[in-house]
Design a protein around this ligand. Structure first.
Ligand SMILES: Cc1ncc(C[n+]2csc(CCOP(=O)(O)OP(=O)(O)O)c2C)c(N)n1
Ligand SMILES: [Mg+2]
Length: 591
């Protein structure tokens, strides 16, 4: 029996257990949309911009660990995906993008909405390819899903000309009766179906090629060790194993932005985030440690500062699933290519119990000596509002941010209690990530409490998705920390460009609560309501979407801060002129 290429795609998605696809239709992908409508079992979420669609799919993928799927038409639809695809590539998020393309016989003729999206996305995908025959679609999809989820996850793009979607091919599910993987899959329960077609490449490589005892000997011999956890350690069993290893060997723990939540806030060994806006205690511990066990991280410059001054006294063990990360920024003494959980499980039995009282006492002194709040921060500050929201959230809430000062305030002060439930654009730092990612997360897990902390600049980058939020009724609470401008930019201008705030302040205020209502989302303005705290509580508790507009200090800056290009030891604790007038700048630096 033969079916169209478009039907093969939809049947494949269904058989794989894909519950949602996101996207916007257009001429060259209409056959696929028609097949989706005919099938009716894979739900399509209509975004208002393809970047929004891709970030929604990312939100689903970041929360569940399963590949998110987004669709776009050829030309502008496809190019609108690119920023979110690059973001998925940088943060290791499994994403499958399916784009329509001009018919095969028009390729290269500058046909209407023809663009070489395969070439455009090649540097920011694990694989980007055109599928030229309907009978290759099932295998191409197999490869795309396996590759997106295997090793270090990432995005894959399949470009599918319109005539390939319309062409007939043998039904891969009935034409290969001897092949178990393609027979009768539609009738199996979803969970059983989901990974059925994943090839062996989907299984993380076993650490059998290396010996955990060498790493354990280094950990055992260390007097001042630190365990550093990145985003790769935030999934599956890794957080629990990391906690057990840290407790057994008394390793103080620091996390990257992507790793936050892996060890719960408040844990005695938790030093918080390190790096540019990290906790001074974490940066000091790294400056003094004699052994760094780094798991699932990639030594991003925002985390390491000037690399040659990072952990200057330490031997370094680097565990990463992707060997191409080794030596890119720092040369480790021992580099182990492994999934985080497998490596931690291998270290645990061979790592010895140690008290390390002197080191822990020293690290605790760092912690009590350097508060996170900058001198002069007032009660109307972002940090305080984040704390109030956090106090009203469940422990398993999903926290999403955009990019800017508000993101760093959240990273510094939200008490993350669960691993894998903090969604933020780390490596690429994309303003506009937050709203669509939060919608995706809420759709993937409808029972979850999802809160988005966004900035007035970032929200405007994908504000059109408020309409999608209203359509879907997804349970997202949008908290806008409005400082009337591009706060993080203004901060750098103030600190490093003699205060010349060019193009970082908005002339007019936006009435975000009214805007939300215009889109069909409940809007609360904290300034105009009689009892702001009660209004905040009510908005957070009410089911379904809501936007909370809060004004925050326009002058506030995020401290501590390592100036770009400086060493993590050169942390500023406050604006020298504001926080400590008259003092030389060096007095505000640690070490
Ligand atoms: C798409 C994109 N464009 C520009 C930037 C550069 N940038 C980083 S933070 C920032 C300001 C963000 O403003 P807002 O969302 O209001 O956050 P705030 O810093 O004010 O809290 C800008 C422009 C970026 N990260 N992403
Ligand atoms: Mg702002």
């Amino acid at each position: 029996m033969s079916i169209t290429g478009a039907r093969i795609i939809v049947k494949y998605l269904e058989s794989r257990g894909v519950r949602f696809v996101t996207g916007i239709p257009g001429g060259s992908i209409l056959p696929l949309y028609d097949a989706l409508a005919e099938n009716g079992r894979v739900r399509h979420v209509l975004a208002r911009h393809e970047q929004g669609a891709a970030f929604m799919a990312q939100g689903m993928a970041r929360l569940t660990g399963l590949p998110g799927v987004c669709l776009a038409t050829s030309g502008p639809g496809a190019t609108n995906l690119v920023t979110a695809v690059a973001d998925a590539h940088r943060d290791g998020v499994p994403l499958v993008c399916l784009t329509g393309q001009a018919p095969l016989d028009q390729l290269g003729t500058e046909a209407f909405q023809e663009v070489d999206i395969v070439a455009i996305t090649r540097p920011v995908t694990k694989l980007s390819r055109m599928v030229r025959r309907a009978d290759e679609l099932a295998d191409a999809l197999d490869e795309a899903f396996a590759l997106a989820a295997s090793g270090r996850p990432g995005p894959v793009l399949l470009d599918i000309p319109k005539d390939v979607q319309l062409a007939e091919a043998d039904d891969p599910w009935t034409s290969m009766p001897g092949d178990q993987t393609r027979t009768g899959r539609d009738h199996r329960p979803e969970g059983d179906r989901r990974m059925r077609r994943t090839r062996p490449g989907g299984v993380p490589p076993s650490p059998s090629g290396w010996d955990a005892s060498r790493a354990a000997a280094m950990i055992n011999a260390a007097r001042r060790p630190v365990l550093l956890l990145g985003g790769g350690a935030a999934r599956g069993l890794a957080p629990e194993l990391a906690r057990r290893l840290a407790e057994k060997a008394n390793l103080p723990v620091t996390m990257t932005l992507m790793g936050l939540g892996t060890l719960p806030a408040g844990h005695a060994l938790n030093l918080g985030m390190h790096g540019m806006h990290g906790h001074p205690a974490a940066n000091r511990a790294l400056a003094e440690c004699d052994l760094l066990l780094a798991v699932g991280n990639r030594f991003d410059d925002r985390a390491t500062g000037r690399p040659e001054t990072f952990c200057p006294k330490a031997r370094i063990i680097h565990v990463n699933l992707d060997p191409s990360e080794f030596g890119r920024i720092l040369r480790a003494d021992l580099a182990l290519a492994s999934d985080a959980a497998q490596a931690l499980a291998a270290f645990l039995p061979v790592t010895e119990r140690r008290e390390r009282q002197e080191w822990l006492a020293r690290v605790n002194r760092f912690r009590s000596g350097a508060p996170m709040a900058a001198p002069g921060e007032n009660a109307g500050c972002a940090r305080e509002l984040i704390g109030r929201v956090a106090a009203k959230m469940r422990e398993d809430a999903v926290v999403v941010t955009d990019v800017g000062q508000h993101q760093m305030f959240v990273a510094q002060s939200f008490p993350f209690r669960r691993a894998g439930r903090f969604l933020t654009s780390g490596g690429l730092g994309v303003m506009g990530f937050g709203l669509p990612a939060a919608i995706g997360a809420a759709l993937a897990e409808p029972e979850a409490q999802v809160v988005l902390f966004t900035g007035d600049g970032s929200l405007k980058m994908n504000i059109q998705e408020l309409a999608t939020l209203a359509d879907t009724g997804a349970n997202v609470k949008v908290v806008v920390l409005d400082n009337q401008g591009l706060g993080l930019v203004a901060q750098q201008q103030r600190l490093f460009f003699a205060g010349r705030k060019n193009a970082s302040r908005y002339a007019r205020e936006t009435d975000f609560a009214a805007l939300a209502r215009a889109f069909g989302v409940a809007g609360v303005d904290m300034e105009t309501c009689a009892c702001p705290d009660a209004a905040l509580g009510e908005a957070l508790d009410a089911p379904g979407p809501a936007l909370i507009h809060a004004r925050v200090d326009r002058q506030a800056m995020v401290f501590p801060m390592v100036p770009p290009g400086a060493s993590n030891a050169e942390m500023l604790h406050g604006d020298p002129e504001i926080a400590a007038p008259g003092l030389p700048r060096a007095a505000n630096m640690i070490l």
